[in-house]
Design a protein around this ligand. Structure first.
Ligand SMILES: C[S@@+](CC[C@H](N)C(=O)[O-])C[C@H]1O[C@@H](n2cnc3c(N)ncnc32)[C@H](O)[C@@H]1O
Ligand code: SF4
Ligand code: SF4
Length: 400
C-alpha cells in the first residue's frame, strides 16, 4: 500500500512542486448517477436528479484512459453514484492496468461481495484500492445515514471478501450529527476487523453533484456547536488510539480546521472558513485533478458545474479540454477571487492547507509551523508504532 501510495500520490506531487509540471496527477470520474443507497447528505441518495440518459459508457472510459496514458497520468479515481452499478467496471480496471493506470474505487459496498473469483482476481492483479463508505459500525447509525437497512451488512461482507483477496480497503466516514458521538467506538470496531486506514470528512455543504440542486439545509447535517465538545473528545481518543495501534486516520490533518469549517455560514459573502487557518489560500486540487461527471462533463473543480462534455469533443485531447474548462477558475483563484463553493469544500482541504502553507510560507507561517510539528509527530508515531506495535496490541484493553 505504501509503495503504490508513493507512485500514485507523492511522486507526481513532488514532481509538480519542484519541477513545475503542468500535468495533473489524477483523473476522477463519476461513473454513474445510479445508486442503491439513499444517504442523508447526498443529492443522488435524496433523489434530486433530473433524468438524463446520456451517461458515460465503457467506450468513453476507454477514451479517457487512453488519453491518460498519453499524458502519463497514472491515477484514476472512480466514484458515482455507485460505481459497481456501472456495467463493465472490471473491464475498465483491466484496460486501465494495461495502460499503466491504477484505479481507486469508492463504493458503498452493497454489491462488491457478489463479484466472482475472476473479478476479485482482476482487482487484485491490477493493484486496485477500494474505499468503502461506512459512517458507523453501529448498524442503527449506518442505516440512519445511508438510508438502507442492509448498508452495514453488505459493507461488512464486501470488506471481508476484499480482505480475503488481499485487496487494500480504506474506510471513508462522513462526520455528521448522526455519528459524531460514535466515531471512537467505530474506529475500534474497524481495527478489530483488521482495517488499517480510516479517513474522515465532515459534510460537504454544497451539492456533491453541481448539476443538481443542493439538499435543503444541508449545513444542518453537520455537528452543531453544542456537540463540539463531544466531537473533539472523540477525535482526541482516536488520535491517541491510532498512535498505539495498527490503524491510521487523517484526524491529525482535520484538527486544525474542522471547527472553523463547521462553524462558517456557507453563503456569507467574502467570508471563508479557511481564513481562520490560512491568511492566503491556494487550491492545489484545480491543478492536480481532472474532474469528470457522469455525463462526461469536465468540471472546473469538484463543486463547480461542467460546461462541456468529452463525449462531444473527442477530437480535442483531454488535457486541452481540461485546461479550457479550468482556465477561468484558475485566473479567479490567482487573484484571490474565490468562488463561494470553497466554503463547502472540505473534501481535500487538508491537502490544500499543506499546499497553501508551502506556496505562501510567510503569510501562512503559523500554520506552517503547526504542519511541521504534526508531520514530525506523525513520523515519530509511525516509527514507534513499527517498533512497539506487537507489544501494544497484545497488552491493550479496548475501552469504548
Ligand atoms: C458520492 S459517494 C460515491 C461513491 C459511493 N456511492 C459511496 O457512497 O461510497 C463518494 C463519497 O462521498 C461521501 N459523501 C457523499 N455525500 C457527502 C457529503 N455531503 N459530504 C461529505 N461526504 C459525502 C460518501 O459517503 C462517499 O464516501
Ligand atoms: S453517498 Fe454514495 S451511496 Fe450514498 S447516495 Fe450518494 S452515491 Fe449513493
Ligand atoms: S471549491 Fe474552491 S477549494 Fe474546492 S476545489 Fe473548487 S476552487 Fe478548490
Amino acid at each position: 500500500m505504501i509503495t503504490s501510495k508513493l507512485i500514485r500520490n507523492y511522486i507526481p506531487e513532488i514532481k509538480r512542486i519542484f519541477f513545475g509540471g503542468k500535468i495533473p496527477s489524477n483523473v476522477s470520474v463519476n461513473l454513474t448517477d445510479k445508486c442503491n443507497q439513499s444517504c442523508v447528505y447526498c443529492e443522488i441518495g435524496k433523489n434530486c436528479l433530473s433524468q438524463n440518459s446520456d451517461l458515460l459508457t465503457k467506450d468513453d472510459l476507454f477514451w479517457i484512459i487512453t488519453q491518460m496514458a498519453e499524458f502519463r497520468i497514472k491515477k484514476l479515481s472512480m466514484c458515482g453514484g455507485e460505481p459497481f452499478l456501472f456495467s463493465g467496471i472490471i473491464d475498465v480496471v483491466e484496460f486501465a492496468w494495461k495502460n499503466n493506470v491504477f484505479c481507486n474505487i469508492t463504493s458503498n459496498g452493497m454489491t462488491i461481495h457478489k463479484l466472482n473469483d475472476n473479478e476479485f482476481h482482476t482487482l487484485k492483479k491490477c493493484k486496485t484500492i477500494v474505499n468503502i463508505s461506512v459512517d458507523s459500525f453501529n448498524e442503527e447509525i449506518q442505516i440512519q445515514t445511508r438510508g438502507n437497512d442492509s448498508a452495514l451488512k453488505n459493507a461488512l461482507k464486501s470488506i471481508q471478501k476484499l480482505q480475503e483477496n488481499n485487496i487494500p480497503v480504506i474506510i471513508l466516514s462522513v462526520i455528521s450529527k448522526y455519528n459524531y458521538h460514535d466515531l471512537y467506538k467505530s474506529l475500534i470496531h474497524a481495527h478489530s476487523l483488521k482495517i488499517t486506514n480510516v479517513l474522515y470528512q465532515p459534510v460537504i455543504k454544497y451539492s456533491n453533484f453541481p448539476n443538481i440542486s443542493v439538499i435543503k439545509n444541508k449545513q444542518e447535517l453537520n455537528v452543531s456547536t453544542d456537540q463540539f465538545d463531544i466531537l473533539f473528545r472523540e477525535l482526541q481518543k482516536i488520535y491517541l488510539f491510532e498512535r498505539k495501534h495498527k490503524i491510521n486516520t487523517n484526524i491529525y490533518r482535520l484538527l486544525p480546521w474542522i471547527e472553523s469549517y463547521i462553524n462558517i455560514i456557507p453563503d456569507k459573502k467574502n467570508t471563508f472558513f479557511f481564513h481562520k487557518v490560512l491568511p492566503k489560500f491556494y487550491c492545489r486540487e484545480i491543478f492536480t485533478v481532472i474532474e469528470i461527471n457522469y455525463y462526461g462533463g469536465i468540471q472546473p473543480c469538484g463543486l463547480i458545474q461542467a460546461e462541456k462534455s468529452i463525449k462531444d469533443n473527442k477530437s480535442i485531447d483531454l488535457l486541452t479540454q481540461w485546461e479550457n474548462a479550468t482556465e477561468k477558475l484558475k485566473a479567479d483563484l490567482k487573484s484571490f477571487n474565490y468562488p463561494i463553493y470553497c466554503n463547502g469544500c472540505c473534501h481535500k482541504f487538508s491537502r490544500n492547507m499543506i499546499a497553501s502553507a508551502f506556496q505562501y510560507p510567510f503569510a501562512n507561517r503559523k500554520i506552517l509551523i503547526t504542519i511541521f510539528i504534526s508531520i514530525f509527530n506523525r513520523l515519530l508515531s509511525i516509527i514507534l508504532k513499527k517498533l512497539y506495535i506487537k507489544e501494544y496490541e497484545s497488552r491493550s484493553h479496548y475501552r469504548c
